[in-house]
Write a protein that binds this ligand. Structure first.
Ligand SMILES: [Fe+2]
Ligand SMILES: [Fe+2]
Length: 315
């Protein structure tokens, strides 16, 4: 998840922040993000602090709590079923740019994603850190390395060339429209101001869907996940189903962290969800001070891009 922070330099001293974190622990929990401490069952060792020296997904640091909450208020009010439908139609045209995957990685470096509480490095470092960490632990799954590299490329939606969308239409946790908003969603209370909240067609558990219909049939809030999925799919990627699933649902925290909305999944989704849960650990924990030498690893990733994507893609 990511929300705009005006000035990351305003973070104050670490000691002060630590005090603040302790004082506002309840608010951290209110945010819905408890922070897993260390080792997972598959041996992945998660660091306990990020590059700022804080625990991951800790939005209270430096007064971020308020900014994050305001972000979610705006997001929850504006992401309606009709809005998502319009955005999907509009961006399906893929008529804005032509560029390669690597060119997009470089373009994304222009995006200041100061919204992310864990991220102080250029975006390309987050992409490569995730990819290199997962490559180390899953050396044979080259599709997973590439998936990690490209999972956030959809954030280029923030740039004027790609429509210059507001933060609430690009980043943040995502959720289904067309059925009731599950309470597992962060800052659930703000959905009450969403026009869909009182629509009887949309406000039951299944809403317009049937149990097990599959996420592919579910309208999910618009953002960088769905956009990058669309770009990859429409440009004919040969990435496996699990790779596309990771790209499309990596911000779907109510599902992969809280286990909400499971009744909408089909069997294939349940299989792919296992990979998403693995991926998520690397997405969260690879944001660190250890910088990757871009030029050194570039040939490897270019070879993967060539294997799974055309040379130029429509965006
Ligand atoms: Fe993301
Ligand atoms: Fe990410």
């Amino acid at each position: 998840m990511t929300v705009l922070i005006e000035n990351p330099a305003d973070l104050g001293s670490q000691a002060e922040e630590q005090k603040h974190v302790e004082e506002t622990k309840e608010l951290v929990l209110d945010g819905g993000f408890s922070v897993p401490k260390s080792v997972s069952n598959d041996g992945f060792v998660a660091p306990e602090i990020n590059s700022y020296g804080h625990t991951f997904r800790d939005y209270n640091v430096g007064g971020r709590q308020k900014i994050v909450e305001e972000f979610y208020r705006t997001q929850h009010i504006n992401q309606t079923y009709d809005f998502v439908k319009r955005m999907r139609e509009e961006y399906s045209k893929l008529n804005r740019m032509e560029m390669s995957i690597w060119e997009c990685c470089e373009l994304l470096n222009e995006v200041v994603d100061d919204s992310d509480p864990d991220l102080d490095e250029p975006q390309i470092q987050h992409l490569l850190q995730s990819a290199e960490a997962i490559r180390k632990d899953y050396p044979n799954e080259d599709w997973l390395h590439l998936t990690a590299l490209i999972h956030d490329l959809g954030k280029v939606l923030l740039l004027p060339q790609l429509g210059g969308l507001p933060q609430w239409a690009v980043v943040g946790d995502i959720f289904p429209l067309g059925c009731a908003f599950d309470e597992a969603n962060i800052h659930h209370k703000y959905f009450k101001e969403n026009p869909d909240f009182n629509n009887p067609a949309y406000n039951t558990k299944n809403g317009i869907y049937t149990e097990g219909c599959g996420l592919d049939n579910v309208m999910i809030s618009w953002g960088h996940d769905d956009y990058m999925y669309l770009v990859a799919k429409e440009n004919g990627t040969t990435l496996p189903s699990a790779g596309l699933f990771i790209i499309r649902y990596h911000s779907f925290y109510p599902l992969h962290k809280e286990g909400a909305y499971m009744h909408l999944l089909n069997d294939q989704d349940k299989e792919d969800l296992k990979w998403l849960k693995i991926f998520n650990k690397y997405d969260l924990y690879s944001k660190s001070k250890v910088l990757i030498d871009v030029e050194k690893v570039k040939p490897y990733y270019l070879s993967l891009i060539e294997k799974y994507f055309p040379a130029k893609l429509k965006w």
